[in-house]
Ligand binder design. Sequence first.
Ligand code: UGA
Length: 459
Amino acid sequence: MTSHADDHIICIIGAGYVGLVTAAGLAEAGREVRVVEVDAHRRAAVVAGISPIFEPGLDELLGAVVASGRLRAVETMKEGAAGAGIVIVAVGTPPTHDGEADLSQVRHAVDQALAEVAPGAIIAIKSTVPPGTTRALARDSRRNDVTFVMFPEFLREGSALEDLRHPSRVVVGGEDIAAVQRVAALMGGSGTTRLLCDSVSAELVKYGSNAFLATKISFINEMAQLCELTGADIEKVADGMGLDPRIGRSFLSAGLGWGGSCFPKDVRALETSAGYHGQSFWLLKAAIEVNSQQRRRFTAKLVQGLGGSLEGRRVAILGLAFKPFTDDMRQAPAAEVIRQLEDFGAEIIATDPAAIHVARPLLPRTTLVADPYEAVTGADAVGLVTEWPEYRELDWGRALGLMKGRLVVDGRNCLDGEAIAGHGGVYVSMGRRPRGPGSALPLAVGEAGSGAVRPVPLG
Ligand code: UGA
């Protein structure tokens, strides 16, 4: 244990997504950063200045800060914590079987840090943890010369560096105001809004933000269903709603719903946490249900568009990552949709600009190809799952010429339906009328939508 805690030296435990991006950002801002990573491969990549994860701009930044000596990847806590004023815990909190956050990695990291940090150091919890966790860690700590704060992160995959350089807000929670202020000074500039609060509130700011955004998406997806039943257009509805500054247009894009490593895990963890305290958080239960329903609605459109059976049919899937600009397939709608289509007897050929190597072990029955035109060749139908710009810009005249069938189901409402119909395709999307020949198709399996407004029975 070193005798002096210096806030210029930051130790980050975990070179995962959050840890690595945060480390690179803090080093760029001039701090001396050490990342403690147990995985030898991951550590070796960072030592070589190469990002072990896919994130636009991270390779370049990592290369620069490692070369300058401001960021070092180390194996042991002893090397990492020596002299550090702030230790940031950025390890995973994966869901347990019951949907709770598994805190074993957090506890292990904290124990290790407590054994090594200098007196006066702060342990900042960046991992997403249930309300009360930071307080409990502080209570169980055997060191009263170390303070704990909760320091939630709001980075989005694919634009993490931008979010880090220009944070929407910096939130730090803790019972020791001096420690909270020291951690709040780490991020953002003079114009950044900083919210300083107690640790439980900070924990709930994080869960509440993700759960609210996920609920917003589920809300618009339910509206999309109603649009199909009444003949309205969800894009117009979302635009109109979004013009109200109190609502805003972001996170009102209807489609296949939310996936990724955060929303599914955090919504469930918050719901479970509420249950632990005796509250049934009905809104979150509904948001989860709507989200899984969206995936089934999408596959139903393919089944229905192909005449009710997928047996022996070939379907091309565009997009595997849970969203564009990442290769992350955790809780990706593509995996669930493809497995279901395969169970229904379809042969799937799928493509993605970044995630094919991730998909290979997850989807053993699926043919994976890099070129979207190769994917659509001979396909009875195309299903778009991830809205990569490459797919918006496809030459649909060429693509439809290569396909055997005519059906294009757009799970993200991102394609030009008129252009597809103009080339003779049948364009089906989420919450809008189909376009093209034969598009009098009912819109959703099991639903009575014909595009007409049905009178409400009186009395
Ligand atoms: C999310 C939050 O946006 C970040 O603020 C947070 O820090 C992060 O989780 C986390 O907890 O670590 P991320 O998982 O990278 O970030 O993805 P988002 O861009 O938020 O998208 C989440 C999902 O919602 C994606 O599957 C996306 O396709 C879907 N989505 C998003 C929609 O279906 N419709 C929309 O209108 C917006």
